[in-house]
Design a protein around this ligand. Structure first.
Ligand SMILES: Nc1ncnc2c1ncn2[C@@H]1O[C@H](COP(=O)(O)OP(=O)(O)OP(=O)(O)O)[C@@H](O)[C@H]1O
Length: 568
């Protein structure tokens, strides 16, 4: 720890603090007053002329963002208000000084030590990992942690939930992993990562719901990579069985998770195996036999592989169910359970943007003492996506989508079009090309894995600007540049609707979902209308007046309109 006297405090701090500037997308929906209150929450008010009286900022997140031209903390990039007496580097707080000195010390050592993982008997939930690399980081009082969680929209349920972290370097991740995160452009954790990473690294089982596009994938990959890398670097035997399994419902999603895992685990003792249908089983077995740390797979193919081949799962201590509500539905549930039962008391981490009480019950039956984490506004379409619902009769839908795609004002490629059937996906993609001249690809479950990969590659690299897909691309897919989705056929459930709409926005970027609806979609009206209302989206007259919407409150505006019609 250092004293004020050790710091060069001659840099004038500004009084209008701008904490968490990096997460402004998440915060942009707050009005100015709310923002100011949030900023003021952690930062103590500062007076430029009374520097000596100001307490030294202890935690990195108490420091404001640097303004252009100002010195930046060499650890976290915030305002470098102080100078480290030992290295002469700009730093923002005692926390970052501790981290800086630990880094300097670590550079002199041959290997960086990851945070210690303690394997607990199932049911013990009182453990919290002590970060042995950075033992001097001051902890916040519980009341401030509560206030911080509330400002970041993080809710937790469970006993002794570890405190959120504010930067990746403050929880003992391997240095290489922190470096990979920086290279990937992950300057600081998103709110879900702030809470999930420390909870996961303390070996707790988790059930997590957070908005679409909020960074859930990295929140489970980071602890997995840290764990695998630590186990391998300390291991004396040459045993190379898998240490973690991630299940996801679609091949594309598994592939995407694997790609992200490779980026974040680069240079570490961390190899992956993708186990999905459509690719040759023999190659997948060969890869596993040659030694890997993480298996990422769809339940069906993984069961198939495990039945045909003897894979030693005894070292698997982390089991992730991504899109858990989907994986616990009929169709997947038995396979997911079978895989779970072949593991011996793993830490279970479950994620989705949409969770309901039935899933919670099932999740609780999988493992005891689960911590429940919820961030943002889950089970609702992401607030950053504008929902535009258009009433279109079925036979007019094609013409409507052609009109949209021909309009410079309304069409914002690259765009994803969701349909309900495989045949429909092929027919519509051909029809769009014929009517508009646009190159379009289609993706659905009847295509071969190679065709699906190639179509996705062409779409993601910008070779084609439109992809027509069934629900295959609806969940989890990080279609980075996509800002427009068109729900040509509205899905059967409001949860799938939430996921499909979510493809139009990542990390709080603004997007738009154009949704075609007509009487044939009446099964979803009762759930759809409140969702639109909550988002402030206009509700088409036909939908508002439909008898299938009866009983759903439409708010005072509609009531006034109806009464003025009935009493002309
Ligand atoms: N800390 C971070 N800093 C910057 N970008 C990040 C960070 N964490 C994740 N991302 C990026 O944010 C995007 C969305 O993340 P991700 O796909 O994990 O979202 P998600 O919460 O799983 O969404 P969905 O529910 O739709 O699956 C990705 O492009 C990812 O690379």
């Amino acid at each position: 720890m250092f004293e004020v006297s050790e710091l060069n405090a001659d840099r004038s701090p500004l009084s209008s603090v701008q904490l968490f500037g990096a997460w402004l997308p998440f915060w942009s929906k707050m009005d100015h007053g709310e923002n100011q209150a949030a900023y003021n929450l952690i930062a103590s008010s500062s007076d430029n002329n009374e520097l000596e009286d100001l307490p030294v900022k202890e935690r990195c997140f108490e420091q404001r963002e640097a303004l252009p031209g100002e010195p930046r903390c060499v650890v976290c990039g915030r305002y470098g208000e102080y100078i480290c007496d030992q290295t002469d580097d700009d730093i923002c707080s005692t926390e970052c000084k501790t981290i800086l000195l630990a880094r300097v010390a670590a550079k002199k050592k041959p290997a960086v030590k990851a945070a210690k993982r303690v394997n607990l008997p199932l049911g013990d939930e009182s453990i919290c990992i002590k970060d042995t690399n950075f033992p001097n980081i001051p902890t916040l009082a519980d009341s401030r942690i509560t206030a911080l969680r509330s400002k970041l929209d993080i809710c937790v349920k469970g006993e002794s939930v570890p405190h959120p972290i504010m930067c990746f370097s403050s929880c003992g991740l391997p240095e290489k992993l922190v470096h990979n995160l920086e290279t990937a452009g992950y300057c600081m954790p998103t709110p879900v990562q702030m809470q999930v990473i420390p909870a996961s690294m303390s070996n707790r089982s988790l059930l997590v719901s957070a908005d679409t596009g909020s960074g859930k994938t990295a929140s489970f990959l980071i602890p997995i990579i840290a764990h695998c890398s630590q186990v391998r670097s300390q291991q004396c035997t040459d045993k190379q069985g898998p240490l973690a399994i991630v299940l996801a419902p679609t091949r594309e999603l598994c592939q995407q998770v694997e790609e992200q895992a490779k980026v974040l685990g680069k240079g570490l003792p961390f190899k992956t195996a993708l186990v999905v249908g459509g690719d040759p089983l023999a190659q997948q077995i060969y890869r596993i036999e040659n030694g890997i740390e993480l298996i990422i797979g769809t339940p069906g193919r993984l069961i198939d592989l495990l039945m045909k081949h003897n894979v030693d799962l005894s070292d698997v201590s982390i089991f992730v169910l991504d899109e858990v509500d989907c994986l616990l539905q009929r169709g997947f549930r038995d396979q997911a359970m079978q895989i779970f039962q072949s593991l011996s008391h793993p830490q279970v981490m479950m994620f989705s943007a949409t969770l309901h009480s039935e899933v919670e019950k099932m999740a609780n039956s999988l493992t005891k003492t689960v911590i429940r984490i919820s961030c943002g506004n889950p089970s609702r379409p992401n607030k950053s996506v504008k929902q535009v619902v258009i009433w279109v009769e079925s036979k007019k839908k094609k013409q409507k989508i052609f009109d949209i795609m021909k309009s410079k004002q309304h069409f914002k490629p690259p765009a994803v079009v969701f349909v309900s059937s495989r045949v429909g996906a092929d027919l519509l993609s051909e029809a769009i090309t014929a009517a508009t001249g646009l190159e379009v690809v289609s993706i659905h479950g009847e295509k071969t894995m190679n065709e699906r990969r190639e179509s996705l590659r062409r779409f993601l690299t910008g070779e084609v600007s439109v992809v027509v897909s069934t629900g295959v691309l609806g969940r989890g897919m990080d279609l980075l540049k996509v800002r427009q989705v068109i729900l040509f056929d509205i899905p059967n459930s409001i949860d799938e609707y939430t996921h499909q709409v979510g493809r139009a926005s990542r990390m709080g970027e603004e997007g738009m979902a154009i949704v075609f609806v007509n009487e044939e979609d009446r099964r979803i009206f009762k759930e759809l209308v409140p969702v639109l209302k909550a988002a402030g989206a206009p509700i088409p007259r036909e939908l508002a007046n439909s008898r299938y919407t009866a009983g759903v409150s439409l708010g005072s505006e509609r009531k006034r309109k109806l009464s003025s019609r009935s009493h002309p």
